[in-house]
Design a protein around this ligand. Structure first.
Ligand code: PEP
Ligand code: MG
Length: 356
């Protein structure tokens, strides 16, 4: 098996020598980051921050949801900030100077709020505390028919003053304590440059206060963002394609229901050979990406471009990312070797066809 390890190592080095695409990992914890490095990731392309608000911190999130005054809201955010700082500190330390793209919070609200059914049952049984009853009112007020198309990402950041600022301050303070840390701040679910501008301005102010530099960029995961990429690039130093949401919104298929009977029937009918959530749909989603790449680079020639949807680790999709001229792909740590290999193969295939 030593021979096998050496052979695989040789193949990987060959691929790494050939590839033009960088390969990063989607990792949200220091443990994931360590695993990603072992697999050869050159940075973190997506650090999701939603999970950092669950578990024991739910209490603080509830305080945030219930806050009825500016002071109460700020107190809840102030309690979260040192915890967030510690989260980011661990990741920067693990990544040792490699870039870390941290995405500001993007929870579908239903996964994040206290459970409406549980609260309703408690209330019906007369077991609800005063806080439970207040929560139930708040949760009912925030209830959405389509949470995946609702109050998520930048929308949440704009609607809850101070939420993104708290995260940006935590990122900046953590980065300041780790020599060489390279934070990149990523704004999710942007559809219009106006959404990005105000977050960018506020973030730049905080970075300057703390005395830390970071790139600020956005995900491209709403079709409108792809179509208006020239405007959006004016306020973004990088784009990362969120092809999970981009696929959902380009096809109009709910991400939450891809396991449904309807979806598998569609596969049986041969409407597509393989699910567009697995392999990037070049004609639709890919076309949106081509437009965004061209428009974005026309406005900002040094715009840095990546992908962090599931497709970033899918072989055929990696080839597409190479062809469309992205700078890197980002995928789950376990798919890193595949991404490295396919990125190398894509580059070699291109040079083969050049010399033919
Ligand atoms: C995406 O939409 O492709 C993405 C990476 O973000 P998330 O899956 O967290 O929505
Ligand atoms: Mg997304």
């Amino acid at each position: 098996s030593d021979d096998l390890v050496r052979a695989v190592d040789r193949i990987m080095r060959h691929a790494d020598g050939a590839r033009r695409l960088g390969v990063r990992a989607n990792a949200d914890t220091p443990e994931d980051a360590a695993r990603a490095r072992r697999f050869g990731a050159q940075g973190i392309g997506l650090c999701r921050t939603e999970h950092m608000f669950l578990g024991e911190r739910r209490q603080l999130v509830e305080d945030l949801v219930l806050a009825s005054t500016d002071e109460a809201r700020q107190a809840a955010l102030d309690a979260l900030e040192p915890l967030q700082k510690a989260d980011f500190l661990g990741i920067f330390q693990e990544m040792d100077g490699d870039p870390v793209t941290i995405r500001l919070i993007d929870p579908p609200l239903h996964e994040f709020l206290p459970d409406i059914i549980e609260l309703s049952i408690k209330a019906a049984k007369d077991e609800a505390t005063k806080k439970d009853r207040k929560l139930l009112t708040a949760v009912k007020r925030l209830h959405e028919q389509n949470p995946m198309l609702g109050l998520r990402g930048v929308r949440l950041g704009l609607v809850i003053p101070g939420l993104f600022a708290m995260q940006v301050r935590a990122i900046a303070q953590a980065a300041k304590e780790v020599p060489g840390a390279r934070p990149e701040i990523m704004i999710p679910l942007v559809a219009a440059v106006q959404e990005l501008e105000s977050v960018r301005e506020e973030s730049l102010k905080i970075l300057a206060e703390v005395g830390v530099e970071a790139m600020i960029g956005t995900m491209i995961e709403v079709p409108r963002a792809a179509l208006t990429a020239a405007q959006i690039a004016e306020a973004a130093e990088f784009f990362s394609f969120g092809t999970n949401d981009l696929t959902q919104m380009a096809w109009g298929f709910s991400r939450d229901d891809v396991e449904s009977a309807f979806f598998s029937r569609y596969l049986d009918l041969g409407i597509f050979g393989v699910s567009p959530f697995e392999t990037l749909d070049r004609e639709g989603v890919g076309r949106l990406m081509e437009i965004a790449v061209a428009e974005g680079r026309s406005a900002r020639p040094d715009l840095h471009l990546g992908i962090c949807g599931e497709h970033g680790g899918d072989p055929d999709s990696v080839h597409f990312c190479h062809e469309v001229g992205l700078d890197y792909v980002s995928c789950s740590p376990f798919r890193i070797p595949v991404a490295r290999l396919e990125a190398g193969r894509a580059a070699l295939a291109e040079s083969d066809s050049d010399t033919r």
